[in-house]
Design a protein around this ligand. Structure first.
Ligand code: AMP
Ligand code: ZN
Length: 136
């Protein structure tokens, strides 16, 4: 299940080079070519799926487990103060490579990286309504 038009499938197959830091039967993890911070890496399933919604849940779970281990290594081995683990789904969320990937982004006090939103006071009625829509 690979797509020869897909950048990350070509990394999985070894046709495009990457700095691989973990490989198992289901997943590959490699360094991001444009790191947000020192140690920024990506975890992908070997099976092609465009995003977290399209992917087999077992592949999502396998990637999450690897991301957990890499987050721990970022704290212990790189001395990060925190770690952001995230996956963007669809262009509206900022996705640019359409093969599921989890970013594991070590965070360092004062690294200057900003969240993609500015927290503001929520509307409690709309929060409750959105919760209903998410649970039906
Ligand atoms: P996203 O915007 O969530 O789809 O993230 C795509 C990520 O892939 C970005 O952080 C890019 O820097 C990264 N990226 C793109 N091409 C490569 C590559 N050849 N090797 C490693 N990372 C890459
Ligand atoms: Zn792919």
């Amino acid at each position: 299940m690979s797509n020869d038009q897909c950048l990350f499938c070509l990394i999985v197959s070894g046709d495009i080079p990457a700095t691989v830091i973990h490989e198992d039967e289901t997943t590959l993890a490699f360094m991001d070519i444009s790191p947000a911070t020192r140690g920024h890496c990506l975890v992908v399933p070997k099976n092609h799926a465009a995003d977290i919604v399209e992917a087999d849940p077992a592949d999502v779970a396998a990637c999450a487990t690897v991301a957990q281990a890499l987050a721990d290594r970022a704290l212990v081995n790189l001395g990060a103060d925190g770690v952001a683990v995230t996956s963007f789904c669809r262009p509206a969320a900022g996705q640019t490579v359409f093969h599921l990937h989890f970013h594991v982004i070590p965070r360092y006090e004062g690294d200057g990286l900003v969240l993609p939103w500015i927290p503001t006071q929520g509307d409690s009625e709309d929060i409750a309504q959105a919760a209903k829509e998410l649970t039906r």
